[in-house]
Design a protein around this ligand. Structure first.
Ligand code: BG6
Ligand code: MG
Length: 218
């Protein structure tokens, strides 16, 4: 039986993934790195540093940049991202998400946050959703990012559950891989061609209800 739900944040609880993408795109333009359409999916779920590495690797000469320059680029990306978040309010909560969280809480499911974002506490606060989460993994403490299962394994442990007792909800390929490797049940939000590895999948969060999940779990 499922007793807990592990949530990704960006692209699941709210559509901040488009702001991450825009901020990286702006940085790529600034560095005169050609923006490739494939970056959008590749950067989802991936840490700030690993995302920067994807962009710099695309130049073919990533070693031209010093550690100081890379730290500076990461800071610039985050400044751009935070500027895009200025208007963030509860209006930006994904469709059906408040109802889903409320239903989970009412039925005593344990709720955890497994976001790679160091901005996650700020985003949850701005959305007014902080109080739903009994456990949050601090991404600064992770040895490996998604697709490694560490973040989901840690979240399961913080909730005091076993992996098979948990659903993990993700919009990123790396995230679905991480959930599957952790032993939790993966729930993908998004297109089928992108999230083929998800055990359960919904096109949008509007379909994310306990009844719909139970139906697909059979
Ligand atoms: C993930 C996003 O949730 O967090 C990624 O999907 C992002 O796009 C990552 O790079 C790290 O976020 P932050 O806020 O710590 O730079
Ligand atoms: Mg995501």
């Amino acid at each position: 039986t499922i007793k807990g739900v592990l949530f990704d944040l960006d692209g699941v609880i709210t559509d901040t993934s488009v702001y991450h993408e825009q901020a990286w795109h702006e940085l790529a333009d600034q560095l005169q790195i050609d923006w490739q359409p494939a970056f959008a999916e590749q950067l989802k779920g991936v840490s700030r540093e690993a995302s920067l590495a994807v962009l710099l690797n695309a130049t073919g000469h990533p070693n031209d940049y010093s550690a100081e320059q890379k730290a500076q680029f990461a800071t610039e990306k985050n400044d751009r991202y935070l500027a895009l978040l200025q208007q963030l309010s509860p209006a930006a909560i994904a469709p059906g998400m408040t109802a889903f969280l409320t239903a989970l809480k009412a039925q005593n499911y344990r709720i955890g946050l497994a976001s790679a974002s160091k901005n996650a506490p700020f985003v949850l606060e701005r959305l007014g959703l902080s109080d739903y989460f009994q456990a949050r993994v601090d991404p600064a403490t992770l040895r490996k990012g998604k697709p490694d299962p560490e973040i989901f394994s840690r979240c399961v442990a913080l909730l005091g559950l076993q992996p098979a007792e948990c659903l993990g909800i993700e919009d990123a390929q790396a995230g679905i891989q991480a959930i599957n490797a952790s032993g939790a049940v993966s729930v993908g939000i998004g297109a089928k061609d992108v999230l083929a590895a998800a055990q359960i999948r919904f096109e949008t969060t509007a379909e994310l209800t306990l009844a719909n999940i139970r139906q697909q779990l059979k």
